[in-house]
Ligand binder design. Sequence first.
Ligand code: UDP
Length: 318
Amino acid sequence: MTMRVLVTGAAGFLGSNLTDRLLGEGHTVVGVDNLATGDAENLAHLATEARFSFENWDICKPFDFGPVDYVFNMASPASPPGYLRLGIETLRVGSAGTENTLEIAAKYGAGHLHASTSECYGDPLQHPQKETYWGHVNPVGPRSVYDEAKRYAEALVMAYHRSRGVNTHLVRIFNTYGPRLHASDGRVISNFMMQALRNEPLTVYGDGNQTRSFCYVDDLIEGILRLSRSSEHLPVNLGNPNEFTILECAQAILEVTGSKSELRFEDLPEDDPTRRCPDITKARTLLGWEPQVQLKEGLRKSLEFFKSKAGDAEGLIA
Ligand code: UDP
């Protein structure tokens, strides 16, 4: 059955990749984005796609773009520099904006999936993180605008499920990368890729021994679609459980790009989690889902995109 689907944050990294996948499955997509951190270029290839329409709109203001069968709420600044710059907007999109998407789902009897985050666990004291862990979050630190917005949004989604019977889903997304990851929004993979391709030093924050686990975008989108079709309403982690230190990540990027860039150590940002790794037992069991693409392979698949972004830089690696 093909659906009419609303995707908020459609011009973002995940929103645009999800939109492509939904269109590929034959659905009609209404993409919404106010382009606060999204990039219209991510949707430029859909200009002549009859099953796609775009609404330049801030979802914090009430909206109704007609009946839909499903709502994917992917809208939010998501990189640390992005949400530090847009703190109040980040809190509002997690609260008022998310509530507006839930109202649409309630009105049209549509399914709803909310993009939550591993940041709900804060700087976790349990490793790896299971969905049942309640987290270790600084409610007033610099990251609180993102972490608390996402935690509030999870409470809001559960309330719409429990009180209004909306068919909701919550995905806790761990670090994800791939084509369309914003080239200059300060995330580690995009920073290192761009720096390596430009033969500039790779900026390692702290001693580089903090860990992250990186999931390739196609794997994540597959998991999101499987969750959206499931009957699970409580949060489900999606991410790649292979944990890398930031130094190992730098090494992998040097290898894949063939760059001779050096490492430059810089201060660790405040409240930067020291370890992060998903326990994906629930996704494995419930969705039969498992990431297929490992880090170096995923970096290779992303190379063309980052080269196109680094394009006009001096000293670009061929
Ligand atoms: N990081 C780094 N150099 C950079 C950007 C990030 O060493 O140029 C580190 C950052 O301090 C963090 C990790 O890489 O420990 C992942 O950072 P990112 O901003 O990608 O996302 P986070 O997982 O912190 O939300």
